[in-house]
Write a protein that binds this ligand. Structure first.
Ligand SMILES: [Zn+2]
Length: 177
């Protein structure tokens, strides 16, 4: 039952993406980072008590309580190494270093997720106006927000709390031509 409901949601997502113009660039994903990643993911559900024991106080505040870390404090903000940024809570690969850029906001910023299916969006009004919250689609951990003032090719800015992310540095290999 749960699986069929999820399939239905996925279908809705596919339809909405297919029907929205201008998504071609947005839907385009970085091929280097998407090797063997399935579109469908099993949800991870834990009690708040379990999350609390797994996460640090600061991680819990941001990831589960939808808090925001202070700008310019994140450990991953200035990392420029090649690699994959993962969900700190469940390890799902979320962003590639290829799409990271310096936004000047003080938070790690990306113009595109590794897979759109791995990001869940919701609208929040915490600041009195509508913003699009982004979460990990697998564990629903809070990541940050997405805005429409990003660079090409998507025009999107995924403004992400460093504390919500882990980083898997790529194995050193020959640079691609
Ligand atoms: Zn997650």
């Amino acid at each position: 039952m749960r699986i069929s409901f999820f399939s239905f949601l996925t279908l809705l997502l596919i339809i909405s993406v297919a029907c929205t113009p201008k998504t071609q660039d947005i839907a385009k994903v970085n091929p280097a980072a998407v090797v063997d990643l399935p579109d469908k993911i099993e949800k991870i559900v834990k009690t708040e008590k379990e999350w609390k024991s797994q996460l640090s106080e600061q991680e819990y505040y941001v990831i589960r309580d939808k808090g925001t870390e202070r700008p310019h404090t994140g450990e991953l903000l200035n990392i420029k190494d090649a690699g994959v940024y993962t969900c700190k809570a469940c390890g799902l690969p979320l962003f590639s270093s290829d799409t990271k850029y310096e936004s000047g906001t003080g938070w790690p910023s990306y113009y595109e997720p590794i897979k759109k299916e791995y990001i869940k969006e919701d609208t929040d009004y915490d600041l009195g106006y509508a913003r699009t919250e982004v979460m990990c689609a697998r564990c629903e951990g809070h990541l940050g927000h997405v805005f429409n003032d990003g660079p090409k090719p998507t025009g999107l800015r995924y403004c992400i709390n460093s504390v919500s992310l882990g980083f898997d540095k790529a194995e050193k290999s020959d640079d691609q031509p």
